[in-house]
Each structure stands twice: as structure tokens, then as C-alpha cells.
Design a protein around this ligand. Structure first.
Ligand code: FMN
Length: 187
């Protein structure tokens, strides 16, 4: 029997989504699937017909998706409707909201970042999830840095790890593994 083919197509600005995509890919390869991982900024996807599952990953910025992923969704909109699709986003905001108990905000962004996007492109994903992300002070403009300084004391209590000087990472690798394993069991 031929192996199930999976495409992970993602858009990233600060790198969190790339790392998450690689991790998901490793788990799914370990489960015996055939994987192709594409950073849509670096590589154009010409054809998705051979893939049995398309995992779309996107890093959030100012509540917006990357132009590369939006272009991908547009280009393959007809085919994606007929495919198995799963979506994940990387959010630097979620862990801070969780820490502060801002449940309404979490609900709002989950709808805006994930559900509304799926609806917009008429997709019926088998799974959607919001993972953590990275706040990288070295790659951030002055205005955003100032805005974030008010949050900085919350980073560590909210579960961020300072992985390099000025780089705070809220990705939870157990959560990412678990999601990938669940996907493996669903398809
Ligand atoms: C200028 C800027 C704007 C951001 N806006 C949001 C946002 O609206 N919501 C959110 O959850 N995270 C936001 N973040 C945090 C990002 O989601 C985080 O950096 C994540 O890692 C982005 O994914 P990427 O690393 O794959 O680009 C923002 C980060 C920056 C630097």
C-alpha cells in the first residue's frame, strides 16, 4: 500500500511556525507518513493533487495571516475544499491572555485567527489549533518593543522560556506532539 502523503505549507515572519512545522513533520514521519514541508515564502507549491492531507501553518502578526499563506489558500481554494485540511497558527498573545485569565479574548482570537479563516475559504478542517509563538526583541520595531515592555514581567510566569537573549518562546512541545499524534490517528 502506498504511504499517505502529507504537505505542511506554512508562512512565518519570526521563525516559530517553521520550528513547529518541523516538529509536526518529525512526529508524522515517525508514524509512517510521507511528508513534504514548504516555507511558502521560499518555495511556491505548484500542485497539491497528490497529497492526502494538507496542514496549513501560519504565524500571527497584528491579527493578520501572512500574505504567502493567503495566496496559497486563494490559489488552491477549489481543491482545498475537497481535501483533508488541518490548520495551526502560532500566537505570541495566547499564553499572555491565558496567564491573565482573559478568556473572552482567547475566544475572540480563536474565532478570528482560525474559525473565520476556515469559513472565509470554505474549508472544513479536521482539526484547528493555536500554538504558542516567539517574542523576539532583536527583530522587533521600537513601537512594539515599548508596547511589550509592559508585558515583559508576565513572560516567565506565563510560561515563556528565554531561549536566547531577548527571545521569549511560548511554544509547548508536548502540546505540539500531542496534536500531531492525534492527527496521525485521525487520518
Ligand atoms: C509586530 C508584532 C505583532 C504581533 N501581533 C500579534 C497578534 O496580533 N496576535 C498574537 O497572538 N501574536 C502576535 N505577535 C506575536 C507573534 O504571533 C509571534 O511572534 C509568533 O511567533 C509569530 O509567528 P512566526 O514566528 O511564525 O512569524 C506579534 C508579534 C510582533 C513582533
Amino acid at each position: 500500500m502506498e504511504k499517505t502523503q502529507i504537505l505542511i505549507a506554512y508562512g512565518t515572519r519570526y521563525g516559530a511556525t517553521a520550528g513547529t512545522a518541523e516538529e509536526i513533520s518529525k512526529v508524522l514521519q515517525g508514524e509512517g507518513f510521507e511528508l513534504k514541508v514548504v516555507n511558502l515564502k521560499e518555495e511556491k507549491v505548484k500542485d497539491i493533487s497528490n497529497f492526502d492531507l494538507i496542514i496549513i501553518g501560519n504565524g500571527m502578526k497584528m491579527e493578520m495571516w501572512t500574505s504567502n499563506v493567503k495566496a496559497f489558500l486563494k490559489k488552491f481554494s477549489n481543491e482545498l475544499k475537497e481535501k483533508k485540511v488541518a490548520i495551526f497558527v502560532s500566537s505570541g498573545g495566547r499564553a499572555l491572555m491565558e496567564y491573565k485569565g482573559e478568556n473572552d479574548e482567547i475566544e475572540r482570537i480563536t474565532k478570528k485567527y482560525l474559525e473565520d479563516k476556515a469559513t472565509k475559504y470554505d474549508l472544513n478542517p479536521i482539526s484547528m489549533i493555536m500554538f504558542g509563538g516567539i517574542w523576539d526583541y532583536n527583530q522587533m520595531g521600537k513601537i512594539y518593543r515599548k508596547f511589550l515592555d509592559a508585558e515583559k514581567e508576565n513572560f516567565i510566569p506565563a510560561g515563556f522560556k528565554e531561549t536566547e537573549p531577548g527571545v521569549y518562546d511560548s511554544r509547548n512541545w508536548d502540546e505540539i506532539h500531542k496534536w500531531a499524534k492525534e492527527l496521525a490517528n485521525t487520518i
